[in-house]
Design a protein around this ligand. Sequence first.
Ligand code: ES4
Ligand code: ZN
Length: 317
Amino acid sequence: MTFDPKIELHLHLEGAAPPEFVGRLADEKKMRLDGVFNEAGSYDYKDFEGFLQVYERATEVLKTPEDYARLTRAVLEHSVEQGVIYTEAFLSPDFCGGRDLTAWREYMHAMQEAAGAVPGIEMRGIVTCIRHFGPDKARETARCAAETAGDFITGFGIGGNEGLFAPGDFVWAYDCAREAGLGLTAHAGEFGGPESVRSALDDLGVSRIGHGVRAVEDEALIDRLAEDGIVLEVCPGSNVALGVYANIAAHPIEKLRERGVKVTVSTDDPPFFHTTMREEYEALERTFGWDGEAFRQINRTAAEAAFCDDATRADLL
Ligand code: ES4
Ligand code: ZN
């Protein structure tokens, strides 16, 4: 048994699709998915760029709002089994209607309705632009986010390849999302060094960082994160699967926590990284001796940092 209930703040909806789910949709649509699965039926990739390619290819089976409704149900039912009561999922208008606002609304409503029908869990959506698609597409994505901001769409973020473009190229998109009242997060400090975290804070004004773990390489930045109460959405299993750290024992989550940085724990793209929320918690307990109080603390932090209304937050605290 691991600590329950759990709160997850960093989960990519398409990245949470089990291989069997993607395979079934491909069969139904008579689509061939070359190079997506290995012989064992797992997602097949070698490094982060390969992961992003396989991710985008697997996502091609998701065509209609109903496909996204089915995915939402499957993902949330699995989360409930893991003891998760609240999850924030990254949603991509790039894949849901190609950033066309009318189409995006249909996908968004399908996901919202599906999420509302799964008992035992609350979901909110963080609309996410994809860094390697560039700043122009990010503006369109931000417009989709701003136009649908409300009870379900509560945040805006950026994922994708940290090697391309800089946070400063996405200022317009973040300003648009901020003006719409959305919570702000950005992937940084995963493959990029401490400067990528600084730049996400200075240029984009986020309150949370996706990963952010490489901030550990810069003492002054660790202090800044702790003093400013910046929340890190840490995904230890993801970092190990993608080779950012050799193993959990080498992961900086414990050092960051000891230094007073607000850390939370999530799975990122669980079937791609062969992880679950339970396995993440078990690894932290086993490796760093985290006890009930440690898990209570990270879940309190997650509830405080969640992009939700205060009534929902009160239920989580
Ligand atoms: C990501 Cl764009 C995207 N999708 C899924 N997982 C990711 N990790 C970083 N960027
Ligand atoms: Zn991520």
